[in-house]
Design a protein around this ligand. Structure first.
Ligand code: ISL
Ligand code: CA
Length: 566
């Protein structure tokens, strides 16, 4: 067991546009984050991850970068980011940034040059391919569907070819085959910020840089559309590990840098180990999506399905036990900027159970093996946007493309639109992008502007950080306490072994954490009814913490009760 700062510390993710607005324009910004560092520190987290703040036309909320070495003007300046880094370090916290290098914005100077002519020296910095002609019809090189819908290929009249974009057409994919491109990424996007004191990166779409250059068609599974899901062809291309090894050897290893890669569509643990095994010298951690994609339906995330707790347990156990007997590492999270709120998805956002289920999920996340991540607002139990909000309140490109596709395909069919809207209310990325609820004043104290960029949740007078900070029984106080306990018992919780005791149970999740002679048992009721607790298991043990203050009969778990025995 090796102790490292990036294993022990809880990470707090900040979404710049929605955290705190310092200048009253309705949009969160870097000085806003800096002004709340004491609040963040008070949570007990040791590492901050900030989602992209770089210069960007914002087609995908900054995941479309037009200059790696500059800051989006509405968020502030490079000096503001330097002050943020300094503010973190002064308080003994580390800070990591988002590294988005699968693609740039179409407005990045590199792409502008690439698209200017076939003879431009940077033409080959992106991925260009000629058309296929079938019965005289011009078609792209393959049938892959992009992450935001439609083809991954966009025709360019000037070049007379298609360019690849796995995400929006305003996010062209860089050509990692070209060594100049890799060097430019290492310099502009990485060394520039590491030299300013950044402590590492959350690395976006970390398994998509190496492409299958033959671009084979994906099998047709959705006959309604021409563009087919192709995740297995898109992810984990042939040179992926070589590229990441080079990135580590040439850049990351020269700094005490933390790395956590976003690793969608990679189910095989043996393969994941190739990314995170210390001896492979590529990444330290990756995000596994199994738990946050659990409710995604066959058709898409916006057609969610019911899931069983046993499925949750299978996914959980897989990534908890993945590091046993090897030199890899694992992560725990139920929220990020691409998800809905965990209370609404895994707990209950009904007024009766919202707070208690938020605390139960806190018990869960702070007792798991690996590095734990908390997304802004999760610490006070923020919930999904109200169901009565119309589609006009949603801003995300993924949500709107999905909704508009249904509109188009069905010719505005009311029933079909209601169906997709129901899914959006649960799984849209927008929910986690609502402004942070600071206090009970207008617009939740997020901004002094009359209208923030996204509507503030209707419940901000009931759920906000200021009121919860004062209340020792609040979700926020509970999270702070759990983070303290995680630190105090880090051997057990961060590093201990993990074993599920009640695999078949569809309501309760019970697990043992063990380290040397020390042992903890965690019992979590994921249902809204009382459940029998296996008290035999905890004979001779004492309750370390519970999310119900008035202690009940120990042989029952109350709705969404969570207990830790030690
Ligand atoms: O959000 C998703 C599902 O709802 C994922 O498919 C997501 O698009 C994928 O995991 C990649 O996400 C990352 O890269 C995207 C960006 O839009 C996301 O915000 C980011 O987390 C493109 O840069
Ligand atoms: Ca602002």
């Amino acid at each position: 067991m090796t102790k490292e700062w990036w294993k022990e510390g809880v990470v707090y993710q900040i979404y710049p546009s929605s955290f705190k607005d310092s200048n009253g324009d309705g949009i969160g910004d870097i000085p806003g984050i800096t002004s709340e560092l004491d609040y963040i520190k008070s949570l007990g987290v040791e590492i901050i991850w900030v989602s992209p703040f770089y210069k960007s036309p914002q087609y995908d909320m900054g995941y479309d970068i037009s200059d790696y070495q500059d800051v989006y003007e509405k968020y502030g300046t490079v000096e503001d980011v330097e002050a943020l880094i300094q503010g973190c370090h002064e308080r003994g916290m580390r800070i990591i940034f988002d590294l988005v290098v699968n693609h740039t914005s179409h407005l990045h100077a590199w792409f502008q040059e690439s698209a200017s002519s076939k003879t431009n020296p940077k033409h080959d910095w992106y991925i260009w391919r000629p058309a296929r002609y079938v019965n005289g019809e011009r078609l792209p090189p393959c049938n892959w569907r992009g992450f935001f819908g439609g083809s991954v290929w966009e025709w360019d009249d000037n070049i007379g070819e298609y360019y690849l974009h796995l995400f929006a057409k305003e996010q062209p994919d860089l050509n990692w085959e070209n060594p100049e491109v890799r060097q430019a990424i290492y310099n502009d996007a990485m060394r520039f910020w590491l030299d300013k004191g950044a402590d590492g990166f959350r690395i976006d779409t970390v398994n998509m840089y190496s492409k299958r250059l033959d671009f084979p068609d994906a099998p047709v599974v959705e006959p309604d559309t021409r563009w087919q899901p192709a995740y297995d062809l898109i992810c984990n291309g042939p040179r992926m590990h070589e590229f990441l090894r080079e990135m580590n050897d040439e850049v990351l290893s020269k700094y005490d840098a933390m790395t956590v890669g976003e690793l969608p569509h990679t189910p095989d643990p043996a393969h994941v180990l190739r990314y995170v095994s210390a001896s492979a010298r590529q990444l330290q951690q990756v995000f596994q999506m199994d738990l946050v994609f659990l409710d995604f339906g066959e058709r898409s995330k916006h057609y969610p399905r019911k899931w069983a707790l046993t499925e949750f347990k299978t996914a959980l156990e897989k990534w908890q036990n993945f590091i046993e007997g090897n030199d890899g590492w694992t992560t725990n999270f139920l929220e990020n900027h691409d998800t809905g709120r965990s209370v609404s998805r895994y707990g209950s956002d009904s007024p009766q159970f919202a707070a208690v289920s938020a605390k139960m999920l806190a018990v869960f996340l702070t007792t798991l093996t690996g590095t734990t991540y908390v997304y802004q607002g999760q610490e006070m139990g923020m919930v999904n946007a109200p169901k009565i909000w119309p589609i006009e309140e949603y801003k995300d490109i993924e949500t709107l493309n999905s909704y508009n596709e249904v509109k188009q395909i069905t010719g505005n069919d009311k029933v079909a639109l209601e169906e997709v809207m129901k899914g959006i209310q649960l799984t849209a990325r927008d929910h986690n992008r609502l402004p942070f609820q600071w206090d009970a004043s207008a617009n939740a104290g997020f901004t002094t502007a009359a209208k923030p960029w996204m509507r503030v949740h209707d419940n901000y007078r009931e759920i906000n950080a200021s009121q919860q900070s004062e209340d020792p029984t609040s979700v926020l106080s509970f999270w702070k306490n759990m983070i303290k306990l995680r630190k105090r018992y880090s051997e057990l919780f961060v590093h201990g072994s993990f074993k599920i005791c009640d695999f078949e149970d569809e309501n309760v999740l019970t697990y043992v954490k063990e380290h040397g002679k020390n042992r903890a048992i965690v019992m979590l009721n994921f249902s809204d009814t009382p459940q029998k607790a296996n008290v035999e298991l905890v004979r001779d043990m004492a309750i370390l913490v519970s999310n119900y203050t008035c202690k009940s009969d120990e042989s029952y778990l109350l709705p969404y009760e969570g207990r830790v025995y030690i």
